[in-house]
Design a protein around this ligand. Structure first.
Ligand code: NAD
Ligand code: TYD
Length: 329
């Protein structure tokens, strides 16, 4: 199969592109190379990279020529950045998704939309979200992702596009841009910089290894049904617990932990039920608590040449805007 992997120069998309190639598929990546896109994530793979915007129909047609399927990882993905400025999120996550769906509609290609558990909003009262639950996104990021999901479902119903949706949990692993919780705290710990915990740190996320996330998406690509949604779950941990484990694994000074002003609209707890995907034969191979986080910390320890150059230039400007006031307050 020849597969167009959009966002394949980013964190999860690059794991996915490499996974498909290792399994014998032919892959072309379409990526705009935003701040989060990094061609080095595909180094040594020989995977063809087309630089372009998923919201540009011509670029999509050029990259997609001859492809049987498209898996859409391309997105603006960081909640904190969406709070600073939502426009790019709507452009890519909604308009970009629609542009890709138009291409799938014209060509008859199979389509998988990589979405997120954040579209369900937070589940303070307990329980776990199932695929048919209402969407209650809280942030401009999750609202844009929910908009993309709704476009997918509309294209299935109205035009008969052969599309499915995955909704993955918080993902961690090698090659994650150091702005999300795990890679930010791990690299800050190595540098002796503060670890800024939002609010009381008792927010709960499900932690899913990138390889397990990709295995779920691949299974849905091959065996998912049109119009169906599949949750891809992880392991529940509170942020403060993750923070303390990172301190242990890096050997950093516990005095680096700072409780700072909370994120606006911060979701307390995400929790999803992934029984449906397990019914297709998926189960995770990495345990966050036992091996997954440890191996990820070791990857960042061994690959400073990957993340040190990122943490300069534009990254520093973003970091100042996001954290300087909080860390002084
Ligand atoms: P990432 O931010 O690391 O990478 C996103 C990639 O998309 C980058 O390479 C970027 O250059 C590219 N991109 C952005 N806008 C584009 C555009 N308009 N056209 C073409 N390329 C564009 O993201 P990630 O963490 O790897 O997430 C991948 C997907 O998985 C996203 O759709 C995200 O919503 C979803 N997801 C992520 C997580 C997580 O915890 N990281 C969890 C669940 C779902
Ligand atoms: P993040 O990695 O941004 O993922 P998401 O918001 O998509 O779940 O954040 C994970 C959790 O960590 C979330 O509850 C916010 C919290 N967090 C902090 O406490 N401090 C930080 O500096 C960051 C980036 C996140």
């Amino acid at each position: 199969m020849r597969v167009l992997v959009t966002g394949g120069a980013g964190f999860i998309g690059s794991h996915f592109a490499k996974r498909l190639v290792a399994g014998g598929d032919d892959v072309v990546v379409l990526d705009k190379l935003t701040y989060a896109g990094n061609p080095a994530n595909l180094d040594g793979t020989g995977i063809e990279l087309v630089i372009g915007d998923i919201a540009d129909g011509e670029a999509v047609a050029r990259a997609g020529a001859g492809c049987d399927a498209i898996v859409n990882f391309a997105a603006e993905t960081h909640v904190d950045r969406s709070i600073l400025g939502p426009t790019e999120f709507v452009h890519t996550d909604v308009l970009g998704t629609m542009t890709l769906l138009e291409w799938a509609r014209t060509t008859g290609a199979r389509y998988v939309q990589v979405s997120t558990d954040e579209v369900y909003g937070d589940l303070e009262a307990g329980g776990r979200a199932v695929e048919g639950d209402p969407l209650r996104p809280s942030s401009p990021y999750s609202a844009a992702k929910a908009g993309g999901d709704l476009q997918v479902l509309a294209y299935v119903r109205t035009y008969g596009v052969n599309a499915s949706i995955t909704r993955g949990a918080n993902t961690y692993g090698p090659n994650q841009y150091p702005e999300k919780l795990v890679p930010l705290f791990v690299t800050n710990a190595f540098e002796g910089e503060p670890l800024p915990v939002y609010g009381d740190g008792q927010q709960v996320r499900e932690w899913l290894h990138a390889e397990d996330h990709c295995a779920g998406v691949e299974l849905v690509l091959r065996e998912g049904a049109p119009g169906e949604i599949y949750n891809v779950g992880g392991e529940d941990h509170a942020n403060l617990e993750v923070t303390h484990r990172i301190l242990e694994l890096t050997g950093a000074d516990p005095g680096l932990v700072r409780h700072v002003e909370d994120r606006a609209g911060h979701d307390r707890r995400y929790a999803i039920d992934d029984t449906k995907l397990r019914g297709l034969g998926w189960s995770p191979e990495h345990s966050f608590g036992e091996t997954g986080l440890r191996e990820t910390v070791e990857w960042y320890r061994a690959n400073r040449d990957w993340w040190e150059p990122i943490k300069s230039g534009d990254y520093r400007r973003y970091y100042e805007e996001q954290y300087a006031g909080r860390l002084q307050g």
